[in-house]
Ligand binder design. Structure first.
Ligand code: PMP
Length: 291
């Protein structure tokens, strides 16, 4: 990935992709003092760009640092970089981290670095598999209590258990893992929120110890616009057998139907399909307006 062509926006400048390097003694690498975002561009426009950059600022604030570029500056840099990269469909990855000026847990005077990279990233999950639904394992690791970890920050450190869980699931032939939370309630997948359907009603966990995804909120709004009832509540794993449909939401995952979670089976049907299509229309405003 470090050998692609093009440019990366790095601390206010556009640098050659291969030159966007950091030192091995970077605090963000040793102590995970890093926050990031994941966005997608559709038809040359980055969907909910400002919301993502606001969340990046908020994530940093939760970790106790301030990003030295305003939301507006980050928005402008992303738009300019997308143009320079020449893509209309792309994935956008901003990241901010503490630099290498001091070593040790304390890093009071370390520079806050910011970079934005944009590349072409197809469907997060295999597209053919996406339509029939993906298979999820149930992770052994649990989303931590918000008193134990900064759950509301999209912080790099919180992804340690996601990578371990996803690797364990992949080793067993699954596409991803569903994680429970510290109470044993259903939480989310390793990089996406989760929804279920029963008797035409949509159920999704309350995001009190994981990200309230921007896609999650968009899909809830789209579902309500369709007249579907959406219930946000605590969901226990014992309930999974009673749901007919299941899907994941995320900026990278978009709306991805799920066919299996451990021993439970789901059949992607009307609600999955409707929301997949509605989401694609929502992210492409020009196509939607032309209808
Ligand atoms: N949970 C986790 C752990 C994630 O990594 C993501 C992707 N950012 C989400 C949920 C969904 O968030 P969003 O819809 O804002 O991309």
């Amino acid at each position: 990935f470090d050998q692609l062509d093009g440019e990366i926006w790095f601390n206010g400048e556009f640098v050659a992709w291969k030159d966007a390097k950091i030192h091995v003694l970077t605090h963000g690498l040793h102590y995970a003092s890093a926050v990031f975002e994941g966005e997608r561009a559709y038809g040359g426009r980055i969907f909910k760009l400002t919301e993502h950059n606001q969340r990046l600022h908020n994530s940093a604030e939760i970790l106790g640092f301030k990003i030295p570029y305003s939301v507006e500056e980050l928005d402008a840099a992303s738009v300019e970089l997308l143009k320079r990269q020449g893509f209309s469909e792309a994935y956008v990855r901003p990241i901010a981290w503490r630099g290498s000026e001091m070593m040790g847990v304390s890093a009071q005077s370390n520079r806050i670095n910011v970079a934005i990279a944009i590349w072409q990233w197809g469907s997060y999950f295999n597209p053919a598999e996406k339509l029939k639904g993906i298979r999820l394992d149930i992770a052994e690791w649990r989303r931590p209590d918000p008193k134990t970890a900064p759950s509301k920050s999209k912080a790099a450190g919180l992804y340690m258990i996601c990578t371990i869980s996803k690797h364990a699931a992949e080793a067993k032939g699954y596409a991803d893992a569903m994680m429970l939370d510290y109470r044993g309630q259903v939480a989310e997948a390793t990089g996406a929120n989760i929804f279920f359907v029963r008797d035409g009603v949509i159920h999704t966990p309350v995001p009190d110890c994981f990200l309230d995804g921007i896609t999650r909120r968009t899909v809830i709004e789209l579902a309500k616009r369709r007249g579907y009832q959406v219930v946000e509540r605590a969901i226990m794993p014992e309930e999974l057998s009673g749901f007919s449909e299941c899907f994941l939401t995320g900026s990278a995952a978009e709306v991805t139907p799920v066919s299996e979670i451990g021993p439970h089976r789901f059949t992607p049907a009307t609600i999955c399909e409707t929301l997949m299509n509605d989401y694609m229309k929502e992210v492409y405003p020009v196509a939607a307006a032309a209808e």
